[in-house]
Write a protein that binds this ligand. Structure first.
Ligand SMILES: Cc1cc2nc3c(=O)[nH]c(=O)nc-3n(C[C@H](O)[C@H](O)[C@H](O)COP(=O)(O)O)c2cc1C
Length: 351
């Protein structure tokens, strides 16, 4: 057991969360993390709200422990999914890409906790002001929407500024990483890359093998994926998208039809909502449609010469594809070993 403000808040054994990765952190992954003593987080992504409700109930059938749901508010279905989480009285609602004071207020009424994902001190302070119980802070090493500064600087800066616990994201894949984050002032870690490269991750084996091959330097970051700096695997598909000056309009159109079906939103409404966001966001949404296509490829094909998916720099620390139960036991063992190495004791300290 490692006691922190987060393990106390949620009543879990270990201060370890899986990142709420849309289309990746599915019920089997979430339940496996919670059942191993961590805090599983479901990725609602842009799922149709009824699908999100179904997934929440599926997690409940697989575990009696607490779990969370990640809802990116700016994506289609994001706000609706947060409302489903409130109706279902989920223990932790992790929102990103939007203002969530209404989520904080509504969750508090049933004892739920709202936790915002942030990348800067300014965003963290506004999350605290809006009533968040904690923040998940992503440094520049992180997969997906990475922050402008490193986890090693962001975490202590937030720990000395905020009155609420900080959960560190980005660059953590081992027990030594967990202990380092706690030493810097975090109360837990949230890992994405390390959790999808497990037996439970839904990507095809070829992509997991590719992740095992990659070094810490083999990621790319660009705002050409969806309009915001976003870190992905350095593979030909990602390079092609980063370097594409003009998107193929027919491809985008075809993809938007498929997405409207997947999200259960009429095509005209999806298009209208996208256009209402203004010219700057239209290109971002068009690019995101291409990114989703590349990501779908990783779930259906082992061919790594096309498609791509998000990984953080921590991919260089992924050397195998264990089950989540094996991974959790290993991380906890490594954390104990790290404490012994640096403190010369195995006493369980409170962070
Ligand atoms: C495949 C993948 C999908 C992701 N999807 C989401 C998402 O839907 N919502 C979100 O807030 N973060 C998402 N992230 C980012 C994570 O929340 C987290 O910040 C990141 O994985 C931390 O870095 P790490 O991968 O080095 O652990 C995703 C990450 C990965 C690897």
């Amino acid at each position: 057991m490692i006691r922190t403000a987060i393990t106390e808040m949620f009543g879990v054994k270990y201060p370890i969360l899986n990142a709420g990765m849309g289309r990746v952190a599915l019920p089997n992954m979430v339940a496996a993390v919670t059942n191993a003593g961590g805090l599983g987080v479901l990725g609602a992504g842009s799922s149709p709200p009824e699908k999100t409700r179904e997934m929440i109930r599926e997690v409940r059938a697989l575990t009696d422990g607490p779990f969370g749901v990640n809802c990116p508010l700016a994506l289609p279905n994001g706000v609706e999914n947060a409302k489903v989480c409130l109706e279902e009285q989920v223990s932790l609602i992790n929102y990103s890409m939007g203002r969530g004071d209404w989520i904080c207020e509504a969750a508090a009424k049933y004892g739920g906790k709202a936790v915002a994902s942030v990348t800067t001190k300014k965003l963290a302070l506004s999350a605290q002001k809006h009533g968040c119980a904690a923040v998940i802070a992503a440094g520049n090493e992180a997969a997906g929407h990475a922050g402008p500064t490193t986890t090693f600087t962001l975490i202590p800066a937030l720990a000395e500024t905020l009155n609420i616990p900080v959960i560190a994201a980005g660059g953590v894949a081992t027990g030594a990483g967990l202990i380092s984050a706690l030493a810097l002032g975090a109360s837990a870690v949230s890992m994405g890359t390390r959790f999808w490269t497990t037996q439970e991750g839904p990507m095809m084996q070829g992509w997991k093998d590719k992740a095992v091959e990659l070094d810490i330097t083999e990621t790319v970051i660009s705002d050409k994926f969806d309009g915001i700096p976003c870190r992905q695997m350095d593979v030909p598909g990602a390079r092609k998208m980063m370097n594409a000056k003009v998107l193929n309009v027919f491809d985008v159109l075809g993809q938007s039809f498929k997405i409207s079906q997947e999200l259960n939103i009429p095509w005209w409404k999806l298009t209208l909502d996208t256009f209402k966001r203004g010219p700057a966001e239209i290109e971002g949404m068009m690019r995101m449609s291409q990114m989703l296509k590349a990501h779908t490829h990783t779930m259906t094909s082992n061919d790594t010469s096309k498609g791509f998916t998000a990984v953080g720099m921590s991919v260089g620390m992924v050397h195998d594809v264990p089950t989540i139960a094996e991974l959790m036991a290993r991380i906890v063992g490594e954390a104990e070993e790290t404490k012994r190495r640096i403190l010369g004791t195995s006493n369980s300290a409170a962070y």
